[in-house]
Write a protein that binds this ligand. Sequence first.
Ligand code: COA
Length: 163
Amino acid sequence: MKACYPGTFDPLTNGHMDIIERAASIADELIVAIMVNPDKRVLFSVSERIDMIKEAVQHLPNVAVVASEGLTVDLCRRLGANVLIRGIRAVMDYEYELQQSTANMMLDDTIESIFLVATPELSFISSSVVKNLVMSGGDAEKFVPNPVNRQLKEKIHGNHSGI
Ligand code: COA
């Protein structure tokens, strides 16, 4: 099974890592896809996000990282992936994911969406929570992989532009 895990990952959190590690254990190949939404204001550039994720997943030999614009199902077709992975943390995620996966199904019914329920202790984490925490002077070490924590500190406290 070749699977694709799409998201914005601005930045990658331990919640995303939970999904990546578990998906990598059931898929032969997992592609983490940074989907670029030009309307979304992000803290990290695409290349910064690619580098951080690559470093965080280097212990997982069957995981690759790509970035793309456009529709996720089009990317899956180009990659030859027939499964879309998404994580569900709470009912709020379910409603959004239901909408997204139904749209994806209408666009291409050969691509199946599989949902992994978040590990409970990670279910409160989001990229915004992590960014807010660091902007308010906190340390995100418990919530993000080390390469991400390093870059967050650098971006937010070392360089005040681009926030
Ligand atoms: N652990 C931690 N955080 C999680 C999480 C998890 N398991 N699952 C979701 N999140 C958080 C993210 O941190 C992010 O937090 P934020 O809102 O504070 O930034 C938020 O949930 C959004 O998650 P993300 O997984 O990055 O999804 P997204 O909504 O940004 O992107 C796409 C969803 C990219 C998959 C979707 O928009 C897409 O496919 N876009 C391409 C266009 C397309 O094909 N659309 C579908 C058909 S119309």
